[in-house]
Design a protein around this ligand. Structure first.
Ligand code: ZN
Length: 101
């Protein structure tokens, strides 16, 4: 799995920048300390979630206001699910004259 920062279990260094780093095999030996690390998707949840971006949150605020709903998540995944799930309704409502809402 790429797109994530992988930290060595032993020394805590970010391994993404180590020469030849790849998650293709699901394993990586830290070049710094020689510790063997699991870099498969199974291990991602142990590394914390990627937070929602500023752009996502800005868009979510608009959706919340217009649709009068609330977003309770905080991660990137939750934010994109929320946006994907409400975008159509938001856009439809946004372009509907006020009297017809
Ligand atoms: Zn290490």
């Amino acid at each position: 799995m790429s797109g994530y920062d992988w930290y060595c279990d032993s020394c805590g260094i970010i391994m993404n920048y180590q020469i030849g780093f790849s998650t293709d095999s699901g394993e990586w030996t830290c070049a710094e300390c020689g510790c063997h690390n699991d870099v498969s998707s199974n291990n991602i949840e142990n590394y914390g979630e990627k937070p929602a971006t500023e752009n996502q949150l800005r868009y979510i605020r608009k959706i919340e206001n217009l649709l009068e709903i609330n977003f309770y998540g905080s991660s990137f995944e939750e934010a994109s699910d929320f946006i994907n799930g409400n975008e159509d309704l938001y856009q439809a409502k946004l372009h509907t004259p006020y009297n017809y809402r």
